[in-house]
Ligand binder design. Structure first.
Ligand code: ADP
Ligand code: MG
Length: 496
């Protein structure tokens, strides 16, 4: 496995670190807004619950009524600390809130409280596999800020409605270096970051509801040139749209350059209906926002012992867990990565193993049959009708020889449909036990030996392989219920 770290040096030297598109190198940097899963807003006590009637969850602070003051939500800071710990970032002992000034109807204060010069989380990196290759995308920073409200256009003719329920919702904006070199790498980065924020429980990750929104900054250049002008695709709220939008944007920029035009810096929107990106406005520079420290909020001070306390509550991270599965359970890197896609999946595997399942076999069932069924039913592992305990029992019975491999599907089906709930009871009721009592098996053996004189002779003449044919015949005659190892032994004894 090779490791590619897209270093600044590599960019400076003009070494392409990803595939070229029509001779152009693609450069991508991400800004992701993760909505933090606090019950109340970042500077007020109003609820953050999604989907309420417009303007029922906006208090005086969110409405920016005169005389109100923001009060920092400790839970939001704790979640920022968790991200910093998960990504190996520096957690600033002292960070500063700043006002980002702009005018928009959904922003009653006329400014957004954000962090500018000194963000709470600095540096760090996200690592993931792109195929066989390990990629590392460096973070610039992650800063705390409040969300704005929403403009409503549906049901309004000739006017817009404003819903301030979202105003003041806590966000962590996570900014990368321009380290990504292809659409595939960008999408893989976003998926990995999504996995991490949901894994450590700081964000519910619901992309449809806007809890995890990505802005993709895209530029292209000829290898060796300095960085090209970027356009920023705003608010990508599904991985599919992300891929389509970036692919389109890359093609569009290359066309522009090839046609002799210059790419202008811009903010663009992706239209899912046409699959195209379109400029929304010329890009503002940070100077346009007239940032200055917010006098209503003192600097955010995070003492070392607070970080230690938060650290003690951190779960084992997916990468560490996958490495442990490889080490302790002998799983392949691929299977271990599959099983650590979500805490729910990993917990399911752990429970199946605690129920007595051999890890490798449990992993095969979960990433194989179970994954197929879940996919077909379009449900997650949390909703699987076969519980971890039951799958553990099923796997245990395969391993201890009381459930023939080819009958295991029957048991799985019965569990899935709810026809039965206890593995042993299903084996009993459906008469799936292997045929081990010698009476019935003996009769089959004798019959198979009588009918397959050729194989018998060959085996006796020293052709070991001929035995396989006989074992197969016995298995068939027993309806798959005989134990192949036992049949082999019995045949050898009889023919010996
Ligand atoms: P802002 O968008 O707020 O002005 P920055 O200038 O810091 O902030 O850049 C935002 C994002 O754009 C970062 O993720 C950065 O990696 C990315 N970026 C910067 N320059 C380029 C470029 N030439 N091509 C692609 N992405 C870029
Ligand atoms: Mg930006």
């Amino acid at each position: 496995m090779s490791e590619t770290v897209n270093t600044f040096e590599a960019q400076q030297q003009g070494r392409p670190t990803g595939p070229l598109v029509r001779g152009y190198e693609v450069i991508i940097g991400f800004e992701t807004h993760a909505q933090l899963s606090t019950a109340s807003k970042i500077f007020s006590r109003a609820s953050t619950a999604f989907g309420a009637e417009p303007n029922t969850q906006a208090c005086a602070v969110d409405l920016a009524l005169p005389g109100t003051l923001p009060v920092m939500n400790k839970g939001a800071v704790e979640r920022a600390i968790k991200l910093g710990l998960a990504l190996g970032s520096h957690i600033a002992p002292r960070s500063v809130f700043a006002r980002k000034n702009y005018f928009y109807p959904d922003l009653p204060k006329g400014y957004q409280i954000s962090q500018f010069e000194i963000p709470v989380v600095q540096g760090g990196a996200v690592s993931f596999f792109l195929g066989e290759e390990k990629k590392t995308v460096r973070l610039v920073r992650a800063h705390l800020e409040e969300d704005a409200g929403k403009s409503l256009h549906e049901n309004f003719i000739g006017q817009s409605g404003i819903d301030l329920n979202r105003a003041g919702t806590p966000l962590l904006e996570i900014v990368t270096e321009p380290d990504m070199r292809s659409t595939a790498e960008a999408v893989a980065y976003a998926k990995e970051l999504h996995k991490i924020v949901t894994w450590i429980g700081i964000c519910d990750g619901n992309m449809q509801e806007g809890s995890f929104r990505c802005d993709a900054n895209v530029s292209v250049r000829k290898p060796g040139d300095k960085l090209g002008t970027r356009r920023e695709i705003k608010n990508l709220n599904s991985f599919k749209h992300m891929q389509q939008a970036i692919d389109f944007e890359i093609r569009w920029q290359i066309e522009e350059i090839e046609d002799g035009r210059k790419v202008e810096q811009a903010t663009v929107l992706f239209n899912a209906d046409t699959g195209e990106t379109r400029a929304m406005r010329a890009k503002e520079d940070s100077a346009d926002y007239r940032y200055f420290p917010d006098p209503d909020l003192p600097p955010l001070v995070i003492a070392a012992d607070w970080i230690e306390r938060v650290k003690a509550t951190m779960p084992e991270l997916p990468r560490a867990m996958a490495e442990r599965y490889v080490r302790d359970h002998g799983l392949s890197e691929y299977d271990a990565t599959q099983l650590t896609q979500s805490t729910a999946l990993a917990r399911y595997f752990d429970e199946a193993v605690s129920a007595g399942a051999a890890p490798k076999l449990a992993s095969n069932w979960i990433t194989g049959e179970m994954a197929r069924r879940l996919n077909a039913a379009e449900i997650g592992i949390e909703a699987a009708p076969v519980k971890a305990q039951q799958l553990g029992q099923l796997v245990k019975r395969i391993a201890d020889g009381t459930l023939p491999n080819n009958a295991a599907r029957v048991v799985f089906d019965a569990l899935w449909t709810g026809e039965g709930s206890d593995v042993d009871a299903i084996i009993e009721a459906k008469d799936l036990k292997p045929m081990s009592d010698t009476g019935a098996l003996d009769a089959i053996l004798d019959e198979v030996i009588a009918k397959n004189a050729k194989n018998v002779d060959e085996y006796r003449a020293g052709k070991e392989k001929a035995l396989n044919g006989l074992v197969g015949q016995v298995m068939k005659a027993s309806g798959g219920k005989a134990n192949p190892a036992q049949v082999t032994e019995l045949l050898k004894a009889k023919l010996g």
